[in-house]
Design a protein around this ligand. Structure first.
Ligand code: FAD
Length: 349
């Protein structure tokens, strides 16, 4: 038997697609990812990137205030039990993701806690192979497997994640711990320059740490950077260690020269990594057209169509530009409507 629609991925895009397809009576089946050591290591456990963060201040609908009672009544006790007490800050990433998941389940979405490791989109119904060995057939598929931020892999970077180390300036830059304090951005491409420029609105000073003596960023971005008196470029340096303590989180950073033996310590309250993202598309090898950076290619403007009819893509797996929860949710909705209309046009729903 074929499923109407299978959704792969469990971030805001996947759950939004699940809510919409469930409410359209499509009985979606969602593969939310497997709980494995490898996924833990990569940062791709179920519930997506927001499950790795603390406060989410920019997702509409969750103003600061006490949402405690609401959370207590909306989620089952076993899910609620392991969450940190609500701080009054609006909503945390894990809370938001559990609520999205629950909303989809309330409408009848069925969830499998497993990875899809291989797909066959060359024949219809499509075939999806799970890590457990299960084979599922689907008339339509929505891929919403997201992307993951790249880190340098330093133990100290891991220790201070969410306590001064971040990979998203737009998400975290306005948090109180970064305001009017010196910060570091690591990287040398357009996104590093963009993040440094963005953070200079909040920080007292931004150090852009780059391992070479020239930037990869476009000329216009560089001009903007060099004209910004709050940004200092630390050429030919890499981040050797994030410094800090349990009480304050990040307090500084040790940089290492890439041309001689020099080391330098600077006082900062935040370290932002801007060294790219890796889209979770390896399981699609040879099945869907990808961009040069490995993201799924949307083939039609303002639609979530991919190179295979009946396969739709939503969220960060197809978007290396906006990368926000709300944009992922937005394209998740679009993919659900696209899938529903495609199935209807074939008389399959
Ligand atoms: C630390 C951090 C803080 C952030 N803070 C904010 C913020 O404050 N506000 C904001 O708007 N955005 C924030 N973002 C960005 C936001 O999290 C992403 O834009 C958003 O989560 C993308 O959603 P998505 O649905 O595309 O996929 P993701 O959230 O990336 O989720 C995809 C998930 O799908 C699952 N998956 C992957 N591969 C497979 C597979 N093969 N089979 C089955 N399942 C699979 C995994 O569980 C994976 O995690 C933050 C990101 C990070 C890393």
């Amino acid at each position: 038997m074929s499923e109407n629609v299978v959704i792969i991925g469990s971030g805001p895009a996947g759950w939004t697609a699940a809510i919409y397809t469930a409410r359209a009576n499509l009985r979606p089946l969602i593969f939310e990812g497997a709980v494995t050591a490898e996924n833990q290591e990569k940062g791709t456990l179920p519930l997506g990137q927001l499950n790795l963060t603390t406060e989410v201040e920019n997702y509409p609908g969750f103003p600061a205030g006490n949402l405690l009672q609401y959370l207590d009544s909306a989620l089952p006790a076993d899910k609620r039990a392991y969450m940190a007490p609500h701080t009054g800050h609006g909503i945390s990433g894990p809370e938001l993701m559990e609520l999205m998941r629950q909303q989809a389940v309330n409408f009848g979405a069925r969830v499998v806690t497993d990875d899809i490791v291989r797909v066959d989109f060359k024949t219809h119904p499509f075939k999806l192979f799970a890590l457990s060995g299960e084979l599922v057939q689907a008339k339509a598929v929505i891929v919403a497997t997201g992307a993951r931020a790249n880190y340098l892999g330093l133990p100290s970077e891991d220790r201070f994640k969410n306590r001064g180390v971040s990979a998203c300036a737009v998400c975290d830059g306005a948090l109180p711990r970064f305001r009017d304090r010196p910060l570091i951005v690591v990287g040398g491409g357009d996104s590093a320059v963009e993040e440094a420029t963005y953070l200079s609105k909040f920080a007292s000073r931004v150090y852009l740490v780059h391992r070479r003596d020239s930037l990869r960023a476009s000329k216009i971005m560089q001009d903007r950077l060099f004209a910004n008196s709050k940004i200092t470029v630390k050429w030919n340096r890499t981040l050797e260690e994030v410094l800090g303590n349990d009480e304050k989180g990040v307090t500084g950073a040790r940089l290492k020269s890439t041309v001689d033996d020099q080391h330098e310590e600077i006082e900062v309250s935040g370290v932002f990594l801007a060294i790219g993202h890796t889209p979770n598309t390896s399981f699609l090898e040879g099945q869907l057209e990808l961009t040069a950076k490995g993201y799924i290619k949307w083939t039609t403007p303002a639609r979530t169509y991919t190179s295979v009819e009946g396969v739709f893509a939503a969220g960060d797996v197809a978007d290396d530009y906006y990368r926000q929860a709300i944009t992922a949710a937005g394209t998740g909705c679009m993919a659900a409507l696209d899938a529903e209309r495609w199935l209807a046009s074939r008389g399959e729903h």
